[in-house]
Design a protein around this ligand. Structure first.
Ligand code: SAM
Length: 270
């Protein structure tokens, strides 16, 4: 299942966060801002994608610090590594690795950041426990999850899902999302993993699209691709027509408001 999920992101990687939509960038920058990283610190970014969290984190820790990004999708890693080299960010390292078992020694980092990824993991509690082990005591974990998608986004996906074959598979993320469904559940998970001083907060982000083609290009570039890939090719035009009807029903420009949850915890002494 992990490889299936990583495969979806791998195929979307060249366009991921590169289609001119303000979405992952602002959310990642806000996670880093709230993390309060300082020059010289060591940070791990799990599920780094194209660097929406990794690059602002690398800037925050500066050339005397280190920013390690891991992702299970090899194309994400390859492209993000190339971007880091081109930007001259010598403090950045990007590797293919599983976010549930990051290959770092215990107590070796000051911060672990996880942008929009923990709800994709089959065993999120085990993953959080692993982050606590590789944080130094007093180090911070910061993660983002979705508090609320725009109803328009959900309606558009639902309209397209009508075109899945009868024996359609459940979206691969459906089970894991329940661990992060409320602030209370999210905080309880961090506590169970050995974190204290847990703070949960939310912020909203607006994303604008030029037109329906722009929206569809964006949808193919991220997790919604898991649904789109399962719609038979001969059904895609009808699915797009239905999504268009939903997304343009107000007669205004297409825009989405997404509420993101920011959760932080401090690694307790073991
Ligand atoms: C929604 S994207 C978020 C990427 C980035 N953090 C951001 O904020 O734009 C989720 C990322 O997690 C990666 N991913 C999914 N499952 C993973 C796993 N088990 N281990 C490592 N990375 C994983 C995907 O390949 C993808 O790049």
């Amino acid at each position: 299942m992990k490889q299936e999920m990583a495969g979806v992101f791998d195929r979307g990687a060249p366009a991921y966060d590169r289609v001119g939509v303000e979405f992952f960038g602002p959310i990642g920058r806000e996670l880093v801002r709230r993390a309060g990283l300082r020059p010289g610190q060591r940070v791990l970014d799990v599920g780094c994608g194209r660097g929406a969290v990794l690059f602002p984190a690398a800037e925050a820790v500066g050339p005397t610090g280190s920013a390690v990004g891991i992702d299970l999708a090899p194309t994400m890693v390859e492209l993000t590594r190339a971007d880091a080299t081109e930007a001259g960010l010598t403090q950045v390292r990007v590797e293919v690795a599983d976010a549930e078992t990051p290959p770092l020694p215990p107590s070796s980092v000051d911060a672990v950041l996880a942008g929009l990824v923990v709800f994709l993991l089959p065993a999120p509690l085990d993953a959080l426990r692993a982050y606590r082990r590789l944080l130094r005591p007093g180090g911070r974990l910061g993660l983002t999850t979705f508090a609320a998608q725009d109803p328009l986004f959900n309606d558009a996906l639902r309209a397209m899902a009508q075109h899945l074959p009868e024996n359609r598979r459940r979206p691969p993320t459906a089970d894991q999302e329940k661990f992060f469904a409320t602030p209370e559940l999210t905080a309880a998970l961090l506590e169970a993993a050995g974190f204290e001083e847990i703070v949960v907060d939310e912020a909203t982000f607006q994303s604008r699209f030029r037109d329906i083609d722009h929206w569809m290009t964006w949808a193919w570039s991220h997790g919604a691709r898991a649904l789109l890939e399962q719609i038979p090719a001969d059904r895609l035009p009808a699915a797009l027509a239905d999504a268009t009807r939903v997304l343009t029903r107000s007669g205004e420009d297409i825009a989405l408001t997404t509420t993101v949850r920011f959760t932080f915890g401090v690694a307790a002494d073991s």
